[in-house]
Write a protein that binds this ligand. Sequence first.
Ligand code: HEC
Ligand code: HEC
Length: 445
Amino acid sequence: MTVSLDDPLEGYWTLERSADLAHWEAIKTKRTREGAWAYQHAGREFAPSLYYRLVNANTVERVLKESIPKLYGNLLPEHFTVREQHVLVSSSSGGWAGDGGVIERVVTVQEPVPEWPELFDRNRDQKATLGRVLFYDKRLSANNSLSCASCHQQKFAFADNRPLSRGIHGQETARNSMPLANLIFTPTDDRFKKGAFFWDLREATLRETVLRPIENPVEMGMPLDKLPNKLSGEPYYASLFEGAFGDPEVTIDRIGEGLEAFLKVMVSYRSKFDRAFKIGMRHFTEEERLGRALFVGKAGCAQCHTLPFFDASFPTNNGLDLISDKDPGLAGHTEKAFDNGFFKTPTLRNIELTAPYMHDGRFESLKEVVDFYNEGIQPHDQLDAILRASDGTTRNWTDISRSERQAVRLDLSMEEREALVAFMKTLTDRPLINDDRLSDPFKQP
Ligand code: HEC
Ligand code: HEC
């Protein structure tokens, strides 16, 4: 018997068997590869009538463990299962699909879309489920005009497409919105004393970070102490808080915990690049391969945007400006001159989707970013050593006058610059932006 199935999301599927359509026995769990699931089921079965079905068996945990065990092994996110999709498969001869039998008919059973509480009770990770609702709920802003998702949109890998975002009463934020996937992997221990979140790393923990935009007068403008009361008035929150915490009480801590749990299940690991961990680079074009070689080699990008997350756990100064007078970055809160112009070294995962670029959204395209690294790096006092060109002497960088200092010039050809862009596009994770579990629960499918 041969079973095959198309699933571009490369999910896990369990083949199950039943004689009565009520009791199901699992036979085999397999993952789709390159969009397809094919399985040859050997062995004789002498039941008069057997039914088979495929059940979607994805969990982030399973996928991560399988894909990149060495890299993700210790960092598994909490359990978070998909709503199961059942695909009923019946055999060619009206039941019996013994040796050599071929399944001809695949019937997709559309699950009825349940009402609110039901839908959510069925998810295993109740805190992430609560967090998902909070993330998309405009009631978290003072005048019910925006939610987290207004500035962190799934289709833009949870960033947005404006240089600066629009907050409450049409105000502009001071910086460009940031993508949110893979924050679970951000090291937040004391090794990196400078904090971990926001462009200037002013927050140390994700739990604290998620509450800041709510009370920020430019973002959601909602006094935190008033929020629990406001949310308690919504009937659906009672069951969500009860599911997550055992009783329906709404508190700020619980809101933070829910939002944090939801952000922790936003994991990006299904890009073309990720597949290379498993199958090598044979699915890369010549241009993408050249781009990868430049990225980790001559162009030096991977020294800061380190694999596999393409970020760094420390801030750097990449020489966007000669003087950081508009936005001092890290120095804005540490008040130390040597932190001037330092910013979070952002992830490049899904970078294709998060234009415009840099903390102020100054570059519209990846081509412009590469041109900047190629010929536009400014000899800032605090420019990262990787990006300084030696003047052939042993003089200290800061002893050389600004006009005399040389920043690195990469001298890449047009072809090489385009290849870098092509490589960055292999980091796009389409399954992430189409993942139902992360989508707006207020929008009924
Ligand atoms: C009005 C737009 C806006 C809204 C609404 C908003 N954010 Fe943000 N978010 C931003 C901007 C802009 C930044 C970068 C701010 C900075 O660095 O100063 C950011 C940064 C973040 C970060 C830091 C990411 C990192 O890599 O360090 C997290 C986490 C975050 N937001 C979560 C949330 C959550 C959760 C909500 C809802 C409670 C929310 N945001 C609502 C615009 C917004
Ligand atoms: C010295 C460390 C360093 C090196 C080397 C480096 N970057 Fe960056 N990169 C940064 C920092 C820091 C930022 C954020 C700067 C800011 O917005 O103020 C950044 C931002 C970016 C962004 C925009 C990210 C966003 O979310 O807006 C892209 C794209 C990028 N770098 C690509 C590259 C490429 C391609 C190379 C190699 C040619 C490279 N980087 C080399 C540190 C580095």
